[in-house]
Design a binder for this molecule. Structure first.
Ligand code: BTN
Length: 245
């Protein structure tokens, strides 16, 4: 694969960096262009949720990718992004996170980063918009935390963006050379990989419980139900099932 030129474009305000990146991809912009905004007025999360994106609180980052892999490996791209954020937090801030399937980055069960990957048809073929929101500052809430809360170090938005871009650059090369190794790397960084009691909500609203039992080659989660059957979860929400719930 030829070297991809990763570069950052900064905006003061956008509705959503993912939407801007998708528009640029449709206009033919090369892969490797990373869009960041100081704030988003309509930041989007997974499953139709919104992503609160106040100025100065977070890194709002979307990268245009034009992967040259078989269609079935595309789902590994957000898995790859989870690995990149995990390594960034560990190396740059000495924060020990966990990756909740598929790609929420948690610290002590509170979310510090969310990832939204969207496929877009463009005249140059399929593009993937990889959107990453990292909480840099902000109070700890019941469900969320930030780098500032977890580390003694100040998190400079542009330095975090630059380091993240370099981590993705390395992993993206590896993803093309050996997609299966991405799942292996994910497994090393997640306690959700196997033996975790979970409640799963599928896209269609079906809810079931079970124990996680590894990942498929494309990153889908295997969950063993109480009757012993295995369900392969391609998309959905997974919550840790506590003994009192
Ligand atoms: C989630 O956990 O639900 C995913 C959140 C993804 C948020 C990021 S912020 C940058 C990019 N632009 C968006 O509108 N969403 C993603």
């Amino acid at each position: 694969m030829g070297q991809v030129n990763f570069t950052i474009l900064r905006y003061e305000i956008l509705d959503s960096t993912n939407t801007e990146a998708a528009n640029q991809a449709r206009q033919g912009v090369d892969e490797g262009v990373c869009i960041i905004a100081d704030e988003q007025t309509a930041g989007r999360g997974r499953q139709g949720r919104s992503w609160v994106s106040k100025k100065g609180s977070g890194l709002y980052f979307s990268i245009i990718l034009r992967p040259r892999v078989e269609q079935r490996s595309i789902t590994l791209i957000p898995i790859m992004a989870g690995i990149a954020v995990y390594d960034l937090l560990l190396k740059a801030f000495l924060i020990g996170p966990d990756i909740k399937w598929p790609n929420d980055i948690l610290v002590g069960e509170k979310k510090i980063c969310g990832i939204l990957s969207e496929a877009v048809d463009t005249p140059r073929g399929l593009a993937v918009i990889l959107g990453i929101g990292i909480n840099l500052k902000g109070e700890v809430t019941e469900n969320a935390t930030s780098i500032q809360n977890e580390a003694d170090l100040f998190a400079d938005r542009d330095e975090v963006a630059e380091t993240l871009m370099r981590e993705i650059e390395k992993l993206y090369e590896r993803f093309h050379a050996d997609p299966a190794s991405i799942v292996e790397e994910w497994k090393r960084r997640s306690t959700w990989f196997s033996g975790k009691a979970v409640r799963v909500t599928l896209g269609q609203g079906e809810i079931f419980t079970g124990i996680t039992e590894g990942l498929e080659e494309n990153g889908a989660l295997r969950v063993k139900r109480p009757d012993g059957s295995i369900t392969i979860v391609q998309a959905g929400d997974v919550e840790h099932l506590r003994s009192d719930s």
